[in-house]
Design a binder for this molecule. Structure first.
Ligand SMILES: [Zn+2]
Length: 151
């Protein structure tokens, strides 16, 4: 007899269910958007009997359009992968906690940003630190430029 592992590890069951719902909803949205896109592309193809007689400019425009559609579908596919990964981490109890401080990330934040790895406070602190770093780097850049000129 094996011990059944609790889904979500030590996570509160309500929170586990809520986070799962957020991720699965997002996944459904993306899947239906992708299906719609693919259907659109197919109908367009079927409804354009002039397809074979496009001049060069028109057909390259159509190619660009196809490329854009493809890029969009690919982007969505990548998001789907991320959602599946997040669901996997959720099962292991590794999803929804801040990477920096380990605190639970607010559900509202995860609903808006399902791939957030930091809580709001840590994210803000990080942005402030990044901004300081940027200013510091640009000052240092200026200083080394000055030294180069004087040597
Ligand atoms: Zn945090």
């Amino acid at each position: 007899m094996s011990v059944k592992k609790t889904p979500g590890g030590q996570m509160n069951r309500d929170r586990y269910a809520e986070l799962k719902r957020i991720l699965e909803e997002r996944r459904r949205e993306i899947l239906s958007a992708v299906h719609e896109k693919i259907r659109d592309v197919r109908t367009e193809g079927a409804n354009s009997p002039t397809h074979g007689v496009l001049d060069a400019a028109e057909s390259s425009e159509a190619d660009i359009q196809d490329d854009i559609e493809f890029a969009l579908i690919q982007m969505k596919a990548e998001t789907l992968n991320k959602i599946n990964e997040a669901l996997g981490r959720l099962e292991e109890g590794l999803y929804g906690n801040c990477f920096e401080c380990g605190e639970e990330i607010a559900e509202a934040r995860l609903r808006a940003l399902p791939f957030a790895v930091r809580c709001k406070d840590c994210e803000e602190a990080r942005e402030v630190a990044a901004e300081r770093e940027r200013i510091w780097q640009s000052r240092r850049g200026g200083a080394s430029l000055f030294m180069d000129m004087s040597s």
